[in-house]
Design a binder for this molecule. Sequence first.
Ligand SMILES: Cc1cc2nc3c(=O)[nH]c(=O)nc-3n(C[C@H](O)[C@H](O)[C@H](O)COP(=O)(O)OP(=O)(O)OC[C@H]3O[C@@H](n4cnc5c(N)ncnc54)[C@H](O)[C@@H]3O)c2cc1C
Length: 395
Amino acid sequence: MTNKSYDTIVVGGGVVGASSAFHLKALGAGSVLLIEQGQICTGGTAKSCAICRSHYSIPTNTELTVKGHEIFRNFPDYVGVGDASSGWVESGYIIVADEKMADSVSENLNMQSDVGAETYEISKEQAREFHPRLNVDDAAVIGYEPVSGYADPYLTTTGFVAGARAKGVDVLTETQVTGVLRDGDRVTGVRTASGDIEAGTVLFAIGPWTAALAGWLDLHLPLEVSKHVVLTFRTDDPYDRELPIVKDLTVENKMYFRPASGGVVLVGTGDHGDPLDRVESLDENVSDDFVLLQGGQIANRMPDFANAQLVDSWCGPYDIPPDWNPVLGPVDGIDGLHIAYGFSGHGFKLSPMVGKVLAQTILGQKTDVDISGYRLSRFAEGKLLTGSYGVGSIS
Ligand SMILES: Cc1cc2nc3c(=O)[nH]c(=O)nc-3n(C[C@H](O)[C@H](O)[C@H](O)COP(=O)(O)OP(=O)(O)OC[C@H]3O[C@@H](n4cnc5c(N)ncnc54)[C@H](O)[C@@H]3O)c2cc1C
């Protein structure tokens, strides 16, 4: 049962919308409604590998993740629901680079330490000790994060929603927002298939669907949507779920892999992926060439995977702005409208703190991390958010 009027509406029941709705109420918002067109966690978040590391070249990305890891770690207490879980596994994280990237990686490890990340360079011997299946013979530099890990996207998103509901947020699923209500330069609510709902503030956290919002308001919201494939492989020797996550910067598609349930290893890429004209065009087709490429790359990093079996595959959407960093905050010229999109395949780890800083922004509070760099107007101003890695999911 929902009302016809709220102080704030959050559109999108992925991890960003869920975290935002939770934080809004936790930080003192009045009435809050979360609207999702399907069920909670059925968009990009449902396909996420949910790797949480702090390795970036942009300091605010690292700051958001360092603080976010604390939330994943203390999740039930944080959301105030005793049986909630983020599914957190503190496996550690190893990043492997060759000569080409060595200087940037070393420089960024220092920057990350300066903003509070626990990270440092390790030797090849240490890497083999932490991850006995790993081949790092070709590495020029290896970074390590002992307190990073991975979580469960469904548990985390539904946990934020459970925490939000417990604090009094109303949740409306199976309801598509079809337009934005306005009175001149002010947002006054949203249009849905089952009627209009009023609100003085509306936050859109609809990720790869953001083109629809741009269309309704005739706004320029730079965004490309692409298809990403995740594969899982198995060997006779089950893959230990506490082995560190590995990021391989030596290969063009910036492969990463991590343990997953059932003794398999889950393998994804940090590249652009196949462009999609719209998110609805996403299909589940995976080419044999891609499987062969990933199989070869994984066997190079873990020689005992030379005869690994492919177990499963799935595909999910990345929402990518020109600098591969999220767009966060109010939209200039439309009072009461806030946006959060463009997470470019690295939004899960950012989501706990992004929800918090968005809520702080909406409520006029001081934000824990300065998010002015993520403003929409950066594109028009030519102030793209790029660090020394340039564009990409570890930007
Ligand atoms: C294959 C893959 C692997 C990834 N791996 C990682 C990783 O290891 N680590 C990491 O940090 N990040 C990862 N990511 C990225 C991360 O998962 C996303 O950035 C994050 O989940 C985005 O969350 P979101 O809430 O913005 O979007 P979504 O989860 O897509 O949520 C948007 C929601 O809005 C709803 N919606 C859309 N339009 C409407 C409407 N008109 N009305 C109502 N509801 C609407 C949709 O149904 C959807 O549920 C990965 C992504 C993919 C695809």
